[in-house]
Ligand binder design. Structure first.
Ligand SMILES: [Zn+2]
Length: 58
């Protein structure tokens, strides 16, 4: 196994590795105002679920 091309990364702590985050919105459905939760792409990891966060000592 070649370890030279391994990119160290960590789970994105903004989306917990899911790549999407909840995006609550106000909506009126059937005349009743309520909160509807949709999801959007995580802006921190661009939907990958991980970030290059590990920087080993040189
Ligand atoms: Zn993320």
């Amino acid at each position: 196994m070649d370890d030279d091309n391994v990119v160290l990364s960590a789970l994105c702590n903004a989306c917990d590795g899911e790549g999407r985050v909840p995006d609550p919105k106000c909506a009126v459905i059937g005349g009743v105002p309520q909160t509807v939760v949709t999801s959007r792409l995580c802006r921190w990891c661009d939907g990958h679920g991980y970030r290059q966060a590990l920087r080993p000592p040189v």
